[in-house]
Design a protein around this ligand. Sequence first.
Ligand code: AR6
Length: 164
Amino acid sequence: MRVIQGDITDMNTDAIVNAANSSLMGGGGVDGAIHRRAGPMLAEYCRPLAPCPTGQARITPGFGLAARWIIHTVGPIWRGGEHDEAALLVQCYTNCLHLCAPHDIHSIAFPAISTGAYRFPKKRAAEIAVETCRSFLSRFGLEVDLHFVCFDRAQYDIYASLLS
Ligand code: AR6
């Protein structure tokens, strides 16, 4: 597992993860960037896969992206922490990782799900991301290069200290 700073749409991993909403029709943030770069076929492909409930994941081709696959997951909206937000965020990461073996995915890039428009506290979200992925990889013996892609330096520093 490693952290890099940059734009997730530039990643040429087998899969990139999208922080989507349940409509799967695109939006702002990572979701907007992915849909713009993948092209309009992505929304067409997503339509019959929607709605995607919070914590679940759906897989599509990458279309115009370098990545072969896009795994769309819907993070929880932060509402103070008493509404299962942490458990739902754990589910996002595990449900994405469960799609790797059946789709022959050996490298994957995750954004910091829920930490933008959905306002999940960044440090807590990073702890959940790192802990959940670490325990999934060891529990299932999954051999995958896993990248956490951070847009800004502050977020990068949080992940870097958790991974060191
Ligand atoms: N590459 C990597 N990280 C990015 C990029 C990028 N191109 N763009 C933003 N980030 P957000 P959410 C970071 O809002 O909180 C959308 O409208 C950003 O700095 O994309 O799960 C959807 O349609 C932040 O740390 O996702 C949903 O409605 C993180 O990615 C809603 O937002 C996540 O921010 C989902 O909200």
